[in-house]
Design a protein around this ligand. Structure first.
Ligand SMILES: Cc1cc2nc3c(=O)[nH]c(=O)nc-3n(C[C@H](O)[C@H](O)[C@H](O)COP(=O)(O)OP(=O)(O)OC[C@H]3O[C@@H](n4cnc5c(N)ncnc54)[C@H](O)[C@@H]3O)c2cc1C
Ligand SMILES: NC(=O)c1ccc[n+]([C@@H]2O[C@H](COP(=O)([O-])OP(=O)(O)OC[C@H]3O[C@@H](n4cnc5c(N)ncnc54)[C@H](O)[C@@H]3O)[C@@H](O)[C@H]2O)c1
Length: 473
């Protein structure tokens, strides 16, 4: 066994691990990075990138069928499902060099393509080497949760790790789970010519604002996706090509293929965390606000963190928090109040901070909810994409949350993420000038509604204006 020393050891080369490793190496630290499977992790290989590439192909197909309302005759899109998968693979291949061993070695990182496991508080073994580091970052991510549903172990099923490699089009895809994976995959497959049934135990997109989620659900149903809510899957039976799911309330759903999208399990099992005195809870690693584990020399970031938000940009944000501490010895804390997320269905659904229901519970009567519909946005009207709205939760003149549902919501929510992170006043947003005509004008319009009753339905203002007008030369 070869003994090696370094400043920073990063376990896992997904969104979080790669960001820490590249940042630390470029700042001059001696960094070792371990990856047991594929560089780029979930996001590049079986998550964000392939799902968005598939959704893009699906959107292209769907746009062919539209057009009558603009004087253009609709056409039926000929979908070559295998070629769509080639497109998905090509997108991954185009991005992969950015996350590759070669690029990271070029940045000065020593990459070991093996799984790592702790042998001591700051020592990890991988590929016949015993690595002792001043600081360790665990960024081993998560994998699909496959719960012990009766019969599931006896039927073929897909997860996000296999679905993007499926080259023949499923005739009828059953999807367990109506979370972001389930709903994005439902719309993508429907638009690519599959029948799709989503089987959701509670409410689809249940973590989001109910009114906004309802709009997405309605849009998917309008495209022909069957969405069964309150249908907790209890048993699965059948064989390849003929699968049946039974829900707790006795409903039966038949299809040809099954996708399991029921949440995630953090990748802990290979790590031997007890050797390093690292505590876990709810299946993930417990951390303090500085992302330190119970072993203060070891940080945990990204999907592995117990109860954390599981998004690529969160893993990247965590990386920055760790770099400040591990490289410069400066304290830094992670917060969640300004972290946005988006589900890339059409219409898109995006959120930052508190939803209306959460804000009402937290702030009661102090809450003011501002709202502007895309139906009143000229660009949306011109493009005939008026479905959706922006809703902003305001307390004492400052936003505490924002929901946007509609075309481009994922791009637009970043604006409110900045407003929340900077604790901006709603007056600052209302004073901003946006180019006309853009969908982003909705930000100014929604902020403006805060002042409408204060300025236009206000007797004191009317009195002041009349008085001043009398005296003005
Ligand atoms: C279908 C799907 C779509 C998604 N879409 C989005 C999206 O649009 N936007 C978004 O923000 N997020 C999205 N996500 C979530 C996003 O992919 C994850 O939040 C993100 O990848 C987490 O990054 P991570 O670095 O924590 O872990 P990962 O990316 O999972 O990386 C962890 C890496 O560690 C490796 N590893 C595990 N154990 C060890 C070990 N012992 N030793 C060495 N290496 C190890 C793994 O092989 C893996 O490569 C999506 C997820 C899925 C499944
Ligand atoms: N656009 C994005 O940013 C994006 C896209 C996809 C995934 N992700 C990330 O991946 C994570 C995992 O996504 P997910 O959709 O797999 O999980 P999820 O936990 O968000 O949703 C799982 C759904 O399955 C339902 N469910 C649980 N058990 C059930 C059963 N037996 N029968 C029927 N329904 C059942 C739950 O009620 C829930 O709605 C997300 O939380 C998110 O962090 C992000």
């Amino acid at each position: 066994m070869e003994n090696v020393k370094c400043d920073l050891l990063v376990i896992g080369a997904g969104s979080g691990g790669l960001s820490v490793a590249s940042g630390a190496a470029q700042m001059g630290a001696d960094v070792i990075l371990l990856e047991g499977a594929e560089m780029g992790g979930d996001c590049l290989n079986s998550g964000c990138v392939p799902s968005k590439a598939l959704l893009a192909a699906a959107a292209r197909a769907a746009s062919r069928a539209k057009g009558t309302d603009m004087g253009i005759a609709p056409a039926t899109a000929e979908v070559d499902f295998a070629a769509v998968k080639d497109h998905v693979a090509d997108v991954i291949a185009q991005i992969a060099p950015h996350d590759s061993v070669e690029r990271f070695e070029g940045l000065g990182v020593k990459v070991i393509t093996e799984y790592g496991r702790f042998t001591g508080p700051r020592t990890v073994e991988a590929g016949g080497q015993s690595i002792t580091a001043r600081r360790v970052v665990v960024a081993t991510g998560s994998r699909p949760l496959v719960p012990p549903i009766d019969g599931l172990d006896r039927v073929p099923f897909e997860t996000n790790e296999t679905i993007f490699d499926l080259r023949e089009r499923p005739k009828h895809l059953l999807i367990l789970g109506g979370g972001p994976i389930g709903m994005e995959m439902a719309q993508a497959h429907r638009r690519l010519g599959c029948e799709v049934t989503v089987i959701e135990g509670q409410k689809a997109l249940g973590r989001d604002d109910g009114e906004a989620a309802a709009l997405v659900i309605e849009a998917l149903r309008g495209e022909g996706v069957t969405i069964a809510e309150g249908a907790m899957a209890e048993a699965v039976s059948g064989k390849a090509g003929a699968i049946e799911v039974t829900s707790k309330d006795g409903r039966r759903f038949a299809g040809t293929h099954l996708l399991v999208a029921l949440g995630r399990v953090p990748n802990l099992d290979r790590l031997d965390l007890d050797k390093a005195g690292i505590e876990t809870a709810r299946g993930g690693i417990t951390v303090d606000a500085r992302l330190r584990t119970s072993n203060k020399k070891v940080y945990a970031i990204g999907d592995i963190v117990a109860g954390g938000m599981q998004f690529t940009h969160v893993a990247g944000y965590h990386a920055g928090i760790v770099i400040r501490q591990a490289m410069f010895g400066l304290p830094a804390k992670a917060s969640t109040a300004h972290i946005p997320w988006a589900t890339y269905t059409d219409p898109e659904l995006a959120q930052v901070g508190l939803t209306e229901a959460q804000a009402r519970e937290e702030h009661g009567d102090k809450l003011e909810v501002l709202r502007a519909d895309f139906a009143g946005n000229d660009r949306a009207v011109a493009e005939r994409a008026t479905a959706g709205f922006a809703k902003v939760m305001v307390v004492k003149g400052r936003p505490v949350g924002a929901t946007i549902v509609g075309q481009g919501a994922g791009e637009q929510i970043g604006f409110w993420a900045l407003a929340l992170s900077q604790n901006m006043k709603i007056s600052a947003v209302a004073g901003m000038v946006m180019p006309y005509p853009t969908r982003a004008e909705v930000h100014k319009r929604v902020a403006g509604t805060y002042f409408t009753p204060r300025l236009f339905d206000n007797k004191a203002v009317t009195w002041a204006v009349r008085t001043i007008q009398r005296w003005l030369p």
